[in-house]
Design a protein around this ligand. Structure first.
Ligand SMILES: [Zn+2]
Length: 154
């Protein structure tokens, strides 16, 4: 008989009757290919016997099923990872850092101080000028008076 007449799976599972079993063993002892096939089948059965029993899934899921749709937080995370969001976040952080590094209150205070100092300087300068003008006027008036009254000879 040729190799294709032997069912090595049935042999390994003990499903053959005694006559078929003896015939198969006689063939296997003379045929290396069938011995190799039988060894592979036995190895597979041994490996399967070690595995735990696992219930098959109750239903088969398809890729299009809702089970495979991302959760809302997964979609949020994907959004946060987009380049446009990352850019917007960078700009927002830059604005915040700038706001904390240069608070508007401090700038306003500096401006007020500078303006107040400038106003005070201008007032002081104006008062000095006014005083100088007044003194000059007084001096001229005195000289005029002296001239008019003839106290000084010309
Ligand atoms: Zn064979």
């Amino acid at each position: 008989m040729s190799c294709s007449n032997y069912d090595w799976n049935a042999y390994a599972l003990g499903e053959l009757d005694a006559a078929a079993r003896l015939q198969a063993e006689a063939h296997a002892s003379a045929c290396p290919d069938c011995r190799q096939e039988l060894a592979g089948t036995r190895l597979t059965l041994d490996a399967l016997s070690v595995l735990h029993d696992v219930d098959p899934p109750r239903r088969i899921a398809f890729v299009s099923d809702k089970v495979f749709e991302p959760h809302w937080w997964q979609r949020c995370w994907e959004f946060f990872r987009t380049p446009s969001f990352a850019g917007a976040l960078l700009i927002a952080i830059a604005i915040l850092v700038h706001a904390f590094a240069h608070p508007a209150g401090v700038d306003q205070k500096q401006i007020q101080t500078i303006v107040a100092r400038a106003v005070a300087d201008a007032q002081q300068h104006y008062q000095q000028q006014l005083l100088a003008d007044y003194e000059e006027l007084q001096k001229q008036n005195r000289l005029e008076y002296i001239k008019n009254t003839g106290l000084v000879r010309q």
